[in-house]
Design a protein around this ligand. Structure first.
Ligand SMILES: *[C@@H]1O[C@H](CO)[C@@H](O)[C@H](O)[C@H]1NC(C)=O
Ligand SMILES: *[C@@H]1O[C@H](CO)[C@@H](O)[C@H](O)[C@H]1NC(C)=O
Ligand SMILES: *[C@@H]1O[C@H](CO)[C@@H](O)[C@H](O)[C@H]1NC(C)=O
Ligand SMILES: *[C@@H]1O[C@H](CO)[C@@H](O)[C@H](O)[C@H]1NC(C)=O
Ligand SMILES: *[C@@H]1O[C@H](CO)[C@@H](O)[C@H](O)[C@H]1NC(C)=O
Length: 808
């Protein structure tokens, strides 16, 4: 029994073992070349298998519920791990142990109900830890962060955080950034956060404590407020005297920068805040996502001293009751101090001239993302008649302005204005000329609807942004321009560089540029950085090789917008291909060269072959063969016709084949001797005359010579070849020889049809090899030698006659 249970258990264990291993785990290989792996939004319920070389792993927004000890093994190189937005509830105490090199860990927005100090035991390199928005109610003991000596950024807390005790943050010092979500904090031991020093920036969400437990909020603020530590307070709902009292602690500690984020404020609260900050040197007063529930009646704070205020910034303001909201006029006590004012996205449609006049110290005004029009801007800038004389930067981006001449007129007298941002407005045309302050260096008219540029643009500009308009070209001389932004237009070619002798940066992405090259860039004398991606590039060889060399860093101009944004648009087969990965072959790149070189080569080869053939006498052979074939055919025809009696055809005793140079011998010796024989001295009977066929005499004029030869050979009983050096060199003789030869072996005349006469001593070896037929004949047929010695000539003639008559 016991043994059988044991067996079953083993089996079960084996089964489990077989089902468990890595192969069951999904994998994620969305890693970029920098070994940063983006496995977010992957629907993973467990940590997937990821390459052990990864430096950054983003597993945010998955459904991971648990981290086992094995999930992260092998990731010793990992620098950053994000598990934000999962459903992590269980983390094994040693889950992070392999991550010796981890610098950033994000566990925010999960389901961790308790934190365990063992998780962090081995993470000595950790610099950033985010534990925000998990449902734990306290940090717990022993202290979690004791071993994290390098920790610089820490975030903890969440909706469930109830208490912070002294000692829980032991070991944490020198933070650059501390974020605590403690909207529902109920208990705080004073001093719990006091040991952190220096502290770069503190962000606190203390909604509940400010509303219901000001003393607790005060205690927290007292522990983290230092003059040089900017403080950000989030999620506050400030309504009356009580709720703002905690700020007294920060005021007491003479804090300089305070930011409210996601805050709703009543008039009363604002007044109490101003009273609290009376005489406190808060220089930066910033707020974001503000809801103003009051009517702007802040004048009860008129007597307070706000001299220290340097910067006031309000972004994303919702005024609940816009129509009851009073002007800022009563706030002159506030407005006269700041040098920098931003009221961004705050439904501002006008700042009355009288309010503007109060802004005596103003150097920087940002009214972007509001509702200004040309008309209300004129009011805001007091029609361009001497307000804000110190203004250096004016940002009215994102309003509803239409007339460039109006804005230029309004700012013309701002004699210190250097920066003007009028982007995201509705300018559609440019007047021919515009007045501008002589100091203007920076002008941003991006995201408008301009179609052309004119001399309205001041020549004093150093930075000009005209991106996202409808420009088709840009040609204006701007001698001191350093930066030109032309992205998102419809420009076809790079502007002429000689117009901008000082240009250092040019962005011209997303236009309709087809290509650019070395000479285009050379016209820019000082250009260092070029961004020209996302254009419709025609990937010619010149362009591809030029760009590839630039990407590799050749030349003074650097392509700074990433090689992957340069993509071919045409030719079709390269469409969508990154220029950097295109490799064009030599054939595609140097077509003319290629064609001419290959033609030249072919010509050379042809010439070579020609020379070779000529050297090998191939033409002669071809000519011969052709003539031969033709002759053979016509001879066959003839024979067919005359099938009756071949003997009747034979009208000559011999056809004499000889070279023209040997004609004298033939005329003087051969013909007389054979055709008109003298009476021989010793013989009573004179020899019968023989009829000879001589081409000079017997060939039919007007017939093709080959035919003539053919028929001569056919109609002669014998063929006599007068061999000599001359013969060997004569083409016709060779033909004749060949024809006869073919006749000899083809026909029925037999081996004796050819008679060779050697006019001069000529051995077989003197005959060139290609006359193999002659050589063959010479070796097979006995030949007659013309004797040098005259006495022997009679003997010669006798032998010849004998041979001709066929008598041996
Ligand atoms: C996570 O799981 C829940 C419930 O099991 C499911 O509704 C949700 O769609 C899943 N989320 C993802 C990203 O897969
Ligand atoms: C803003 O604060 C309120 C409490 O005052 C809170 O309910 C809300 O979630 C916060 N909004 C954001 C975006 O944090
Ligand atoms: C506001 O509250 C503080 C402390 O609770 C009190 O000292 C002060 O007088 C109050 N101010 C006004 C104007 O009620
Ligand atoms: C002007 O405001 C816009 C929108 O707030 C911002 O993007 C831009 O950078 C600002 N311009 C300057 C010159 O600060
Ligand atoms: C010009 O304004 C646009 C829109 O506000 C902004 O995105 C861009 O960065 C500005 N250009 C420069 C050169 O500052």
């Amino acid at each position: 029994m016991g043994r059988s249970t044991h067996c079953h258990l083993t089996l079960l264990f084996l089964l489990c073992w077989a089902e468990n291993p890595d192969s069951e785990r999904p994998s994620c290989d969305r890693c970029d070349p920098r070994l940063s792996c983006d496995c977010s939004h992957g629907g993973f319920t467990h940590v997937p298998v990821i390459t052990g070389r990864a430096l950054t792993i983003d597993l945010s927004f998955n459904n991971i519920t648990e981290l086992t000890p094995d999930d992260l093994t092998g990731h010793i190189h990992l620098r950053a791990l994000s598990l934000h937005g999962n459903r992590l509830a269980v983390i094994h105490p040693s889950a992070f142990d392999p991550l010796w090199n981890l610098e950033k860990l994000d566990l925010s927005d999960n389901q961790l109900t308790a934190l365990n100090h063992q998780w962090f035991d081995k993470l000595g390199a950790l610099q950033q830890l985010n534990l925000l928005d998990n449902p734990y109610s306290c940090l717990g003991s022993p202290p979690l962060f004791q071993g994290l000596v390098r920790l610089r950024r820490l975030g903890f807390g969440g909706p469930a955080l109830e208490e912070i005790k002294r000692g829980e943050l032991a070991g944490v010092t020198q933070l650059e950034e501390l974020t605590i979500h403690a909207n529902n904090l109920a208990r705080y031991e004073p001093g719990a956060l006091a040991d952190m020093w220096p502290l770069g920036q503190v962000t606190l969400s203390l909604h509940g404590p400010f509303l219901t437990n000001p003393a607790l909020a005060s205690a927290v603020l007292a522990d983290v407020s230092y003059p040089n530590t900017p403080i950000v307070l989030e999620d506050l709902h400030l309504i009356g005297n009580e709720t703002v009292q905690p700020l007294k602690e920060t005021a007491k500690r003479r804090i300089r920068s305070i930011t409210f984020r996601n805050i709703s404020l009543s008039d009363e609260a604002i007044v109490y805040i101003l009273v609290l900050l009376d005489g406190v040197p808060v220089s930066n007063f910033l707020s974001e996502d503000v809801t103003l529930t009051g009517e702007g009646r802040w004048e009860p704070a008129r007597q307070t001293d706000q001299k220290g205020i340097d910067e006031v910034s309000v972004r994303n303001v919702v005024i609940l009751d816009v129509f009851k909201f009073v002007s800022f006029l009563q706030l002159s006590f506030l407005l006269q101090y700041p040098r920098k004012v931003s009221v961004i996205n705050a439904q501002v449609f006008v700042v009355p001239c009288r309010s503007s006049q109060l802004l005596e110290n103003l150097q920087y005004l940002d009214l972007s993302e509001n509702l200004l029009t040309d008309l209300t801007l004129a009011e805001t800038l007091c029609n361009g008649e001497g307000t804000m004389e110190d203004l250096r930067v004016l940002n009215i981006s994102g309003n509803s302005l239409k007339s460039l001449s109006t804005v230029s007129r309004l700012v013309a007298k701002l004699s210190k204005l250097t920066h003007l941002d009028i982007s995201k407005n509705r300018y559609s045309s440019m007047p021919p000329v515009c007045p501008w302050p002589h100091t203007l260096r920076y002008l941003n008219i991006s995201k408008a609807k301009l179609t052309t540029v004119t001399h309205c643009l001041p020549t004093t500009l150093e930075v000009l942004d005209l991106s996202n308009n409808d420009l088709k070209s840009f040609s204006l001389f701007l001698p001191v321009l350093r930066e030109l932004h032309l992205s998102g237009n419809k420009i076809l070619s790079l502007p002429l560089g000689s117009l901008f002798p000082n240009l250092q940066t040019l962005t011209i992405q997303s236009n309709t540029l087809n290509m650019f090259g070395h000479s285009d860039l050379q016209s820019y004398r000082r250009l260092q950085s070029l961004q020209a991606g996302q254009n419709k590039f025609i990937c010619t060889c010149d362009f591809v090789s030029f760009l590839q060399s630039r990407i590799k860093g050749a030349g003074n101009v650097h392509i700074t917008d990433g090689e992957e944004s340069y993509v071919c648009d045409s030719p079709l087969y390269l469409q969508g291909e990154p220029v950097n990965q295109v490799s064009l072959t030599i054939v595609e790149c140097h077509q003319v060269l290629f064609v001419s070189v290959s033609c030249g080569l072919a010509l050379c080869v042809a010439l070579l072959v020609f020379v070779l053939l000529w050297r090998l006498h191939a033409f002669w052979y071809v000519k011969m063969t052709w003539a031969w074939l033709k002759a053979k055919r016509s001879s066959r025809c003839r024979r067919h016709r005359n099938a009756a009696g071949s003997e009747a055809l034979l009208s000559y005793d011999a056809f004499v084949s000889y070279s023209e140079r040997d004609a004298s011998w033939v005329d003087n010796f051969l013909v007389p001797e054979l055709e008109e024989p003298r009476d021989s001295i010793d013989n009573s009977q004179s020899p019968r005359p023989l009829t000879l066929c001589l081409h000079k005499r017997d060939f039919l004029p007007g017939h093709w010579i080959v035919d003539n030869i053919m028929s001569a050979i056919e109609r002669s009983r014998r063929t006599v070849f007068i061999l000599s050096e001359n013969f060997v060199q004569s083409d016709w003789c060779r033909y004749e020889l060949d024809f006869s030869h073919f006749w000899l072996f083809d026909g029925n005349a037999g081996g004796e049809a050819a008679i060779l006469i050697l006019l001069e001593p000529l051995s077989k070896d003197d005959v060139p090899k290609r006359f193999y037929k002659l050589r063959k004949l010479m070796s097979s047929t006995t030949y007659l030698e013309w004797p040098q010695d005259e006495e022997k000539s009679a003997e010669f003639w006798r032998s010849l006659r004998k041979a001709l008559r066929g008598e041996e």
